[in-house]
Design a protein around this ligand. Structure first.
Ligand code: ADP
Length: 186
């Protein structure tokens, strides 16, 4: 199964992707995790991406496309994928269609987790305490939400137009939401 997971920061994409990955036996590709690893390892990509990430801005489309082309070209992707954190704007959505079309591995379903902003601010404040992620400070969170609203939310329309979108209520227990997502895949 080839899935794109959409939803605002703090909507629980990462948690749900990890559960779906085990159930479906396909790799979970989180661009946020890949970027944080690159920053940690001090790779050229990490060095270039860090300032944008710390500000809650998007890393450039060109850098992201290099990253995604490399990752999606790996052999394990033949089994399918759960893509989390990409595409984050319409240009990325078009670039992804092109890459996956070339690989003959197009998206089969876009799952969007719906959670309103009030809930998210609370969740991210909690995550900041627990995990200490440098981009979870209040000001940066607010910026990430604005970037989401302006640039990423339109991506759901891209998949809706193609008949691939399923929207799922992201409020509830981890288990409940997992069941909703699984139901939406069938
Ligand atoms: P969030 O919880 O905000 O969704 P992520 O872990 O998905 O966090 O991403 C963290 C940061 O990594 C983003 O704020 C952004 O700077 C960068 N990033 C991740 N994916 C992308 C992408 N597809 N395009 C541009 N920047 C990205």
């Amino acid at each position: 199964m080839r899935i794109v997971l959409l939803g605002p920061p703090g909507s629980g994409k990462g948690t749900q992707a990890a559960l779906l990955k085990d159930r479906l036996g396909v790799p979970h590709i989180s661009t946020g995790d890949l970027l944080r690893a690159a920053v940690r390892d001090g790779t050229p990509l990490g060095i270039k991406a860090k300032a944008a990430m710390d500000a809650g801005e998007l890393v450039s489309d060109a850098l992201m496309l290099d990253l995604i082309e490399e990752r999606m070209g790996a052999p394990d992707i033949q089994a399918g994928y759960i893509l989390d954190g990409y595409p984050r704007n319409l240009a990325q959505a078009h670039a992804l269609d092109e890459v996956l079309g070339r690989l003959d591995l197009p998206v089969q379903k876009a799952l969007a987790l719906n959670v309103d902003e009030d809930q998210i601010v609370g969740r991210l404040a909690k995550r900041a305490e627990q995990e200490g992620r440098s981009d979870d400070t209040e000001e940066v969170v607010r910026n990430r939400l604005a970037v989401y609203r302006e640039q990423t939310a339109p991506v759901t329309g891209h998949y809706a137009e193609r008949g691939l979108l399923a929207e799922v209520d992201g409020i509830g227990s981890i288990d409940e939401i997992n069941q909703r997502l699984t139901a939406a895949l069938h």
